[in-house]
Design a binder for this molecule. Structure first.
Ligand SMILES: Cc1cc2nc3c(=O)[nH]c(=O)nc-3n(C[C@H](O)[C@H](O)[C@H](O)COP(=O)(O)OP(=O)(O)OC[C@H]3O[C@@H](n4cnc5c(N)ncnc54)[C@H](O)[C@@H]3O)c2cc1C
Length: 209
């Protein structure tokens, strides 16, 4: 008889089973497949190893201590792994700090956009002196913008004309007015003018009262 039956021999089930067994409980692990490991399964054929799931993991220190807690220590060696994405559109090493990766991806995207624009503006790449790129992460981290929105609460690129934005300066809360990029559903005049326009409008409303 068993104290615990673990259903599924993936890493989670195996970890639980090993810990419980180590604590003296009688444990049985069942899996519908013939081999343990679940997603973390590797098979060998023709001299090659084929990992079917994870190729690496983060937090090696934590992983080491989880394994040590169930007696897996000896002969354990972690090696740093590196990954690259290679496609016709993108060629980038992704195994590095997110901040570095983020800047390279942004640069790549910007260059791609400039090259695309060259179809209508030949020679554009050679004429660029300064390039600035921003993504929703930039807006979130630098601007504190809700979910990285470029502006407004419901901002979306809509082909509905330059003046389609709705001004949100007046709010349902008495005495509370909004000014700035959030005070419009879209940057209907562009970033700086919209912020100035809504600020000016808010001031006018207050001055009228
Ligand atoms: C392609 C791929 C790449 C990945 N890459 C990474 C990576 O690079 N880094 C990383 O950290 N993580 C990665 N992961 C995630 C990682 O592999 C999983 O988070 C982890 O292995 C999941 O373990 P688990 O125990 O939760 O479940 P699983 O590995 O899914 O194991 C579940 C087990 O339960 C069994 N089972 C299910 N139902 C029953 C049932 N009714 N009866 C009996 N047995 C049952 C299954 O057969 C299976 O063996 C990757 C996953 C995949 C699929």
């Amino acid at each position: 008889m068993y104290d615990v039956i673990v259903i599924g021999a993936g890493l989670g089930g195996l970890m639980a089973a090993a810990k419980l067994a180590g604590a003296g409980l009688r444990v049985r692990v069942l899996d519908k497949k013939a081999l343990p490991g679940g997603t973390s399964y590797l098979f060998r054929r023709g001299g090659y190893a084929f990992p079917m799931g994870p190729l690496s993991f983060g937090f090696p220190g934590r992983v080491r201590s989880f394994l040590a807690a169930v007696g897996v220590e000896e002969g354990l060696e972690f090696r740093r792994s590196g990954f690259e994405i290679r496609t016709p559109a993108l060629d980038v090493v992704i195994s590095r700090p997110l901040s570095e990766l983020d800047s390279e991806l942004k640069k790549n995207l910007a260059l791609k956009l400039v090259r695309t624009a060259e179809h209508v503006l030949p020679g554009l790449s050679g004429a660029v002196e300064v390039m600035e790129t921003a993504t929703p992460l930039t807006y979130r981290d630098w601007g504190g913008r809700y979910e990285g929105s470029i502006a407004g609460w419901t901002w979306a690129a809509r082909p509905s004309g330059a003046l389609a934005g709705k001004v949100l300066v007046r709010t349902p809360v008495p005495g509370l007015l909004a000014a700035g990029a959030y005070a419009a559903t879209e940057l209907f005049l562009g970033g700086v003018p919209t912020a100035l326009y809504t600020g000016s409008l808010a001031a006018d409303i207050i001055l009228e009262q």
